[in-house]
Ligand binder design. Structure first.
Ligand SMILES: Cc1cc2nc3c(=O)[nH]c(=O)nc-3n(C[C@H](O)[C@H](O)[C@H](O)COP(=O)(O)OP(=O)(O)OC[C@H]3O[C@@H](n4cnc5c(N)ncnc54)[C@H](O)[C@@H]3O)c2cc1C
Length: 393
């Protein structure tokens, strides 16, 4: 799978053949199977399970999973390309995939034992089961290390109690990675990760959360009441769960940034169509300089974000550190998507504000990118911390 982004002459700004083919394959799927239905999925506020199943057949639900466990083994740049294309059709569907792939599958793939990989990854890779990932709680999001969910050792078992909040795929998922405190006095160095299955006694999804955007992505609370699981369900070393989580989030941020670009691209494309149809003051909108300049600004903004995402993803492919680059890319892409999607509505005038046109949905969906997997404020904290490290200040 594609990892090559450099030539002898320097950096390449072109995708290779495999990447172009992957992008086109997802685009074709999205045009046929996603775009025509996205508005009605949004209205119903229900995840489109049959389309998610088709994504499984395409290998999209096992993107980061090694082929030996049934996955597609895609590198980070290819995953970013897929995320952008999916979001160009439907942000909610892309978010469903991001949580399943990057968070749940990513955590088990990167830090799970051989036994856990063999048991859980094949079903996740094909989409037979959907995954979710629970870090956030009702009382802790940005300050995730102050979580309250507790895992207490009892012989060769663990007993978990607590509530997780805002969990994507919460009520449709079957395999969850749950972060819980194992040594409270150690804060972030006292948190471990566990695999929880939907059928586990004492585990259930709480109320489904109704949202402003991303409405056909499933979001709910998860409730754990004396959930007793064997130690073989602990992922990685005891107390390393939070440190591992930070690595998962670095990649997750590239995915959310790419998702934001897909939404902005969709808004831009709708705007390009609209300016060729609507007339004001005796000429088409596209003939007004202000409109042309707005479109130019939108295109520049989208491409700048895309380059940041490609850089961060390429660093990840090359095995370089990419925390700073991923946060920069996520921050810029999310805020860019809000700017561009807002302009998309403005270009459509009143029609942009009604649900018959998709541009209002893109803006509602884009707002999540400013919040999920680390808010924009948290990205600025990460970026400034990394900069001080880099400059030795
Ligand atoms: C649709 C959706 C899907 C989600 N999916 C998942 C999921 O699958 N799994 C999961 O674990 N979580 C998930 N989340 C949770 C998400 O990651 C959190 O909402 C996010 O991290 C912010 O946490 P919070 O909501 O508790 O906000 P808070 O942490 O309470 O922050 C409130 C505000 O204060 C700001 N702030 C906080 N601390 C600081 C600081 N030190 N300096 C400056 N500003 C600060 C924040 O940026 C924000 O603007 C999801 C959220 C949503 C909305």
């Amino acid at each position: 799978m594609p990892t090559q982004t450099k030539t002898k002459e320097g950096m390449s700004f072109s995708l290779n053949e495999e990447q172009e083919l992957l992008k086109q394959t997802i685009r074709d799927f999205v045009e046929k199977e996603v775009k025509p239905h996205a508005a009605s999925w949004d209205e119903k506020e229900e995840a489109p399970l049959s389309t998610i199943k088709k994504l499984g057949e395409l290998g999209i639900l096992g993107m980061p999973i090694d082929p030996k466990y049934g996955g597609s083994g895609l590198d980070m740049l290819s995953i970013a390309l897929v995320m952008e294309e999916l979001a160009r059709g439907d942000g909610s569907l892309a978010l469903t995939v991001a949580a399943h792939n990057g968070l749940a599958c990513g955590h088990i793939s990167n830090f799970g034992s051989e036994g856990q990989k063999q048991k859980y990854l094949p079903e996740l890779a094909t989409g037979k089961k959907l995954g979710g990932w629970g870090l956030t709680e009702p009382g802790s999001g940005s300050d995730a290390a102050s979580m309250k969910t507790r895992a207490i050792k009892d012989g060769d078992h663990w007993v978990l109690n607590g509530t997780k909040m805002f969990i994507t795929n919460g009520s449709i998922g079957e395999t969850f990675v749950i972060l819980a405190v194992t040594e409270p006095e150690k804060r972030q160095k006292g948190i471990s990760a566990f695999i929880i299955e939907k059928e586990d006694k004492g585990f259930k999804a709480g109320k489904k959360l109704l949202k402003m955007g991303m409405r056909s992505s499933d979001t709910s609370e998860l409730i754990l009441e004396d959930v007793r699981i064997p130690d073989s369900r602990r992922i990685g070393e005891i107390n390393k769960g939070f440190i591992n989580t930070l690595m998962i989030l670095d990649k997750g941020r590239i995915s959310i940034g790419a998702l934001a670009i897909g939404l902005a691209q969709a808004s831009f494309e709708e705007s390009m169509k609209y300016v060729n149809q609507r007339e004001t003051f005796g000429k088409l909108l596209k003939e007004h300089d202000v409109i042309r300049f707005t479109l130019a600004d939108m295109a520049v903004d989208i491409d700048a974000a895309r380059l940041l995402i490609y850089r961060a993803a390429t660093y990840a492919c090359e095995g370089k550190s990419f925390t700073l680059e991923a946060s920069m890319a996520k921050l810029f892409s999310s805020e860019m998507a809000m700017r561009v999607c807002n302009k998309g509505i403005q270009i459509h005038g009143g029609y942009g504000y009604i649900r018959e046109f998709p541009v209002e949905r893109y803006l509602r969906d884009a707002k999540l990118c400013d919040i999920g997997e680390g808010t924009s404020e948290i990205q600025r904290l990460v970026i400034s911390r990394e900069l001080f490290k880099k400059y030795g200040v």
